[in-house]
Write a protein that binds this ligand. Structure first.
Ligand code: MF3
Ligand code: CO
Length: 255
C-alpha cells in the first residue's frame, strides 16, 4: 500500500480522533492506583469512547478482545485487560486507539503505580525522551530512518534494550498503514518524509535485553529476560518543523 499524504481537513479529523485518545489517557492516568484492575481501565476507555461517539481501534482487530492494551512490568505491548489488580511499584503501559469520523488516533503511555523504583522511573523518563527525539526527527525532508536512529542513538548508549520486533506505523483511515516505522536504523535510509504523512511513533525500551516472547494468550508480548519494559507512542503529522502531535494530552488542571 502506498504511503498516504493527508490534507488539512483530514489532519483536523485525525486531531479529533487524537483528542479522544488523549482524553481517555487523562482519565486513566487519574484512575491508576494500587488495587485498580486493568479491566477497570478498559471500562473507562469504553465509557469515554461511547460518550464521544468513537470506537476502539483495537477491539476486534484480528480478534483482539478489549478496547485498550494494558501491559504491566515485563509486559511490553498487547497485554489484555483483566481482573488483575495493580500493585504499588508496578509500571503499566496503556495503549489506546480510537476511530472517530473515519480516522484513527493511537497513543501509548507508561504510568507508575504508587511509588516505583528509581530504575523504573528513569526508564519512563528516558523512553518519553526517546519518543520526543523521534518526533523531532519526523521532519519534512528527513528519511524515515532518522526516527529509528533518534531512538537508538539515545537509548543504546544509556544501556537500554531497544525492541526491534515491533515498531510504529503509518496511520489514518487504517490503524496500520505504510510505512513500518522501526525504532532503530540509520538516519540516511528509508523513504523521504513528506509534509502531511501521518505516523504513529512508538519506541519500546527495556532495562535489559531486546528479545521478546509471546504468552500463551497469543497477544501479550513480554521481555524474554523478565526485565522491565516501557512504551510511549504518539500519532504525529510530518511538518517542516518536525512531527506535530495529534494525540496531545490536554494540560493537567492546576486545581
Ligand atoms: N498501538 C498498537 C499498534 O500500533 C496497538 C495494536 S494492538 C491491537 O500496533 F490490539 F490492536 F492489536
Ligand atoms: Co501504534
Amino acid at each position: 500500500m502506498a504511503i498516504t499524504i493527508k490534507n488539512r481537513r483530514e489532519i483536523e479529523r485525525m486531531r479529533d480522533a487524537g483528542e479522544v485518545v488523549a482524553l481517555i489517557h487523562q482519565r486513566i492516568a487519574q484512575a491508576i492506583a494500587p488495587g485498580v484492575t486493568t479491566a477497570d481501565l478498559d471500562d473507562i476507555a469504553r465509557q469515554t469512547l461511547d460518550e464521544r461517539g468513537a470506537v476502539s481501534s483495537f477491539l476486534g482487530y484480528h480478534g483482539y478482545p478489549a478496547h485498550i492494551c494494558a501491559s504491566v512490568n515485563e509486559e511490553i505491548v498487547h497485554g489484555i485487560p483483566a481482573r488483575r489488580a495493580l500493585r504499588n511499584g508496578d509500571i503499566i503501559s496503556v495503549d489506546i486507539g480510537a476511530i472517530l469520523h473515519g480516522f484513527h488516533g493511537d497513543a501509548a503511555w507508561t504510568y507508575p503505580v504508587g511509588e516505583i523504583s528509581e530504575a523504573a522511573a528513569l526508564l519512563l523518563v528516558d523512553t518519553e525522551m526517546a519518543l520526543n527525539l523521534a518526533i523531532a526527527a519526523a521532519k519534512t525532508g528527513n528519511r524515515l530512518g532518522a526516527i529509528g536512529a533518534a531512538v537508538e542513538g539515545f537509548a543504546t548508549p544509556r544501556g537500554y534494550g531497544v525492541i526491534r520486533e515491533y515498531g510504529g506505523h503509518g496511520i489514518g483511515r487504517q490503524m496500520h498503514e505504510d510505512p513500518h516505522v522501526p525504532n532503530h536504523g540509520a538516519a540516511d535510509r528509508g523513504v523521504l518524509l513528506r509534509t502531511g504523512m501521518t505516523l504513529a511513533i512508538e519506541p519500546m525500551l527495556t532495562t535489559g535485553g531486546e528479545e521478546t516472547r509471546e504468552l500463551a494468550d497469543h497477544w501479550t508480548v513480554v521481555t524474554a529476560d523478565g526485565s522491565l519494559a516501557s512504551h510511549f507512542e504518539h500519532t504525529v503529522v510530518v511538518t517542516p518543523e518536525g512531527g506535530q502531535i495529534l494525540t496531545q494530552r490536554p494540560l493537567d488542571p492546576v486545581y
